[in-house]
Design a binder for this molecule. Structure first.
Ligand code: FEO
Ligand code: CA
Ligand code: CA
Ligand code: CA
Length: 655
């Protein structure tokens, strides 16, 4: 319970990039997470007492700015920071429950019964730990903001909160029976769920015609330059072109032609075996954090997760996956041209010439920021013509330089160091080992790049750099300017033409600047926001991001450190004008949870949020969770859920 890395929030790794010098023998430093704030507190009652204490302490402090007015265009009254067992939202807004883990998605789904989970039932119910969420209007091609499909990732499972009697934290993951592992496998993947807003209230439509569950057992295709490569072949798939399922899907995105992009992130945690250290792929596995002892016990029950049986299986994960949400029979496709790494997500921007660019962060300490540029423009008049657009193009990695200049370096076999001499025999090798290729190119090691998204109004690209407590003073650089960066920061990439209607996202050079440096102003070294940001308006660990149609930024956070005394939530700010970077708190998550999504409907009148891993606090168990959000039913664990936020007067979110 007290082991340092027993309570990893996501299945993070300590960083595997060999490039940044680290002192030999460096101790694994204390992970400063909010979970540690509750360390030693087992049970809802104790956590509640702490929460109330923190909330009332916060309430006693005067605000440093008026609750309304000032230079910000946002009209909601700023929420006070604190920790609590349930969520809170700014006055004037309402939080509506849309769908929870275990709720029915497909016809025939059993009723949620946390003491009687089955893999078969879970495969028809909403999965666990919702992260990316997207809204696709119905009918297809419309701009309906009251009827659509929610597409939601199920990133990972909190074994300790899913199964009665299995114990605490990470150790619980090693105790699953075959049946429990099968439930976890079915709880991963994605859900597609029809949703409707009726009389101002959102609800899901169980058994909707287009509803779908994608799990770790859904047949998928592998396409692009690495498809069929010997390193992707397994006993079950000697062709290297077919794979079952998708794993650890964190964030995602979409395409202009209306398909879903879902990103495979910490896939390493599921595979283990001696081959991690001794097999032919050992160096590759080391760079991706695959270890002899997997975090999950799946490899004990199912051969494909056992490296000694299937040494190539991990090469089939870490990709970007595309599928059509409007066709429940469509076969998802792993698009290898976009490279293999721990993709946080991938979001698109349409460039000046119609080519489509996908920005993607590799979420690990000292890993990189990438973009993929399609070889051809997309065709707005023929959806089918775009079907395989993601199979051809160029993958680039970012190198940030002084004076606000950056370069995008191509990962192309045969160019620069990406040759036989360095162990690359083809573009497939470059893509399978994209991290090593980027190392050789001299890419800039970043402070954990999470979501990367383009502001539709100013054309700038916002990079969430969530944190990096391991960066030393000798390792700081212009784009990662702080040592021991526990709070993270946000960088704006400014492509040529940004601010006009001809933004060139394909260019190999761009400018950049820092949008904000997170942490508490006056307390945390280097924290930097708008000077009027209040003592309630600062944030920590930016993760996901969305823009409303006015170009304002909505930031979700994951992992505020324990001494910060704040929960994760949603902060919003203008990106231009007098209120630029004047962040204010809009929504606070229940204890243990991070906030994901976020996603607006086209009319800006609904903001969907994924509330992931509520109750993920040290000491939290099925029997004694730190919260029972959202239903607070005695004897039941918390449930990751998607909520919809609407303004009580029906207006646009943020005013
Ligand atoms: Fe799954 Fe990068 O957060
Ligand atoms: Ca997550
Ligand atoms: Ca994330
Ligand atoms: Ca995160």
């Amino acid at each position: 319970m007290t082991a340092r890395d027993d309570d990893l929030p996501e299945i993070e790794d300590i960083g595997s990039n060999p490039a940044p010098d680290r002192p030999i023998g460096e101790l694994i430093e204390a992970r400063l997470t909010r979970r540690a704030a509750l360390r030693g507190i087992a049970g809802a009652g104790a956590a509640a007492a702490l929460s109330e204490a923190l909330v009332s302490e916060a309430t006693a402090q005067p605000l440093s700015v008026p609750r309304e007015g000032g230079p910000s265009t946002l009209t909601f009254p700023e929420l006070r920071q604190g920790l609590s067992q349930t969520h809170r939202v700014a006055d004037g807004y309402e939080v509506q429950m849309v769908i929870r883990w275990g709720d029915p998605v497909l016809d025939g789904a059993p009723a949620y019964d946390p003491r009687n989970l089955t893999a078969e039932g879970q495969a028809r119910q909403f999965g666990y730990n919702c992260d990316y969420l997207d809204y696709f209007p119905l009918p297809a091609g419309s701009r309906s903001s009251e009827h659509g499909l929610l597409c939601v990732n199920h990133e990972y499972t909190n074994t300790n909160l899913m199964f009665a009697g299995i114990g605490e934290g990470r150790a619980a993951r090693g105790r699953t029976t075959r049946e429990q592992a099968a439930v976890e496998i079915a709880a991963h993947g994605m859900s597609v769920v029809e949703v409707r807003k009726e009389n101002g209230t959102w609800r899901s439509v169980p058994g909707g015609r287009l509803n779908r569950r994608i799990t770790m057992e859904t047949p998928m295709r592998i396409s692009g330059p690495a498809a069929g490569h010997a390193r992707l072949r397994t006993n079950a798939d000697p062709t290297g072109t077919r794979v079952l399922g998708t794993l650890n899907n964190c964030a995602g995105g979409n395409t202009p032609w209306g398909t879903v992009i879902t990103a495979e992130e910490n896939f390493n945690s599921y595979f283990g075996g001696a081959a991690a250290e001794t097999g032919p792929e050992a160096a590759n596995y080391r760079r991706y954090g695959i270890q002899r002892d997997a975090t999950y016990a799946w490899g004990r029950h199912f051969d494909r997760f056992n490296l000694d049986r299937e040494p190539n299986e991990p090469n089939r994960f870490g990709w970007i996956v595309e599928f059509d949400p409007y066709d429940p029979e469509s076969v998802p496709v792993k698009r290898t041209a976009l490279g293999r790494f721990k993709h946080e997500g991938a979001t698109h921007a349409i460039s000046h010439d119609g080519r489509v660019v996908f920005y993607s962060g590799d979420d690990e300490r000292f890993d990189y920021l990438y973009k993929f540029v399609t070889a051809r423009p997309w065709n707005p008049n023929d959806r089918a013509a775009n079907r395989d657009l993601l199979d051809e193009g160029t993958l680039y990695v970012a190198k940030f330089e002084e004076r606000g200049v950056m370069r995008w370096l191509p990962l192309v076999f045969g160019e620069g160091p990406l040759t036989q001499a360095n162990g690359f025999a083809s573009q497939a090798d470059v893509l399978i080992e994209a991290r090593r290729a980027a190392d050789l190119l001299g890419a800039t090691p970043m402070d954990r790049p999470e979501d990367v998204e383009t502001n539709p109004v100013n054309g700038r690209v916002y990079v969430m750099l969530t944190n990096n407590s391991r960066r030393t003073a000798q390792q700081v650089g212009p784009a990662n300017p702080r040592a021991n960066n526990v709070h993270g920061h946000i960088v704006e990439v400014i492509p040529p033409g940004a601010g006009t209607n001809r933004v060139d996202h394909t260019a190999t050079e761009a400018r950049w600047e820092v949008f904000l440096l997170a942490g508490k102003p006056g307390i945390d070294a280097g924290a930097r926001y708008h000077r009027a940001t209040s003592d309630q308006g600062w944030l920590s660990c930016p993760d996901n991001v969305a823009f409303d149609t006015k170009g304002r930024i909505w930031i979700s956070t994951d992992g505020a450190p324990d001494n910060a005394g704040i929960a994760d939530g949603i902060w919003a700010a203008d990106t231009a004008g007098h209120g630029r970077a004047l962040t204010r708190l809009f929504f606070q998550a229940p204890t243990g949870a991070e906030v994901c999504g976020p996603r607006f409907t086209p009319d800006d009148r609904t903001l969907f949020l994924a509330i992931q891993h509520p109750g993920e606090d040290a000491g939290s168990t099925f029997e004694r969770p730190s919260t029972r959000w959202p239903d607070f039913k005695e004897g039941e664990p918390p449930r990751p859920s998607v909520v919809a936020i609407v303004k009580r007067d029906g207006g646009e979110i943020g005013g």
